[in-house]
Design a protein around this ligand. Sequence first.
Ligand SMILES: CC(C)(COP(=O)(O)OP(=O)(O)OC[C@H]1O[C@@H](n2cnc3c(N)ncnc32)[C@H](O)[C@@H]1OP(=O)(O)O)[C@@H](O)C(=O)NCCC(=O)NCCS
Length: 212
Amino acid sequence: MELAVIGEGGHSKVIMDLIRFQNDKVKAVLDDKYTELVCHDDGIYRGPVASVPHLLRQIEHLKFIVAIGNNKVRKSIVTKLGFTKESYVSLIHPSAVVSPSAQIGQGAVIMAHCTINADAIIGNHTIINTGAIVEHDSRIEDYAHVAPHATLTGAVCVREGTMIGAAAAVIPGKTIGEWAVIGAGSTVISDIPSFSTAVGSPAKVLHCPNTI
Ligand SMILES: CC(C)(COP(=O)(O)OP(=O)(O)OC[C@H]1O[C@@H](n2cnc3c(N)ncnc32)[C@H](O)[C@@H]1OP(=O)(O)O)[C@@H](O)C(=O)NCCC(=O)NCCS
């Protein structure tokens, strides 16, 4: 498969490795640090995100992945591009263990050594980062990010745009509201409100716009 990667920061480097592991081919890298679309010596087109229509005239059947770690920016680019879901690929590292009953959304990335267990639902344009565990019946909504080595035990719900920090753990059945942030290493033992930041063990809400 020929792929265009949107974004060329740290997260994108890991995605490009993942694409090579899958034996797919990076044909273009789009990032607004470039001013015009140019085909480089390595055969890869590089240009600004706005050059997508021009790129699609050069390469047919191109698929896309938005490789930007910031959840809000990732959503704004997907919204701006307005492509159908089928224009995006999902990428799963060969070392990840994914249950046959799990559902993986378009534009989602499942990094090395992740486990996605039975009946888990992974939304569109999500990041399940290195070594994260998403246990049975958990649901990760669109644009969320589960950072390296976080553990979501059974039937956890992570709503849209939320970031679960590295090595955090969430006990069974809890819901983390939309666009919330859970601090690295925190232990979540209660539901967390939308748009809040919660840290510590047990996690307590630090910032919550709804309560100011
Ligand atoms: C939660 C987080 C976003 C808070 O950032 P912030 O809003 O800038 O907060 P601050 O650094 O000002 O810290 C505010 C307070 O929370 C505490 N705190 C921050 N992060 C914490 C954490 N992960 N666990 C426990 N306490 C934490 C700070 O010690 C500070 O306490 P104090 O007020 O008693 O001094 C950040 O610390 C964090 O953990 N980010 C996750 C990073 C990550 O995992 N990234 C993955 C990349 S792939």
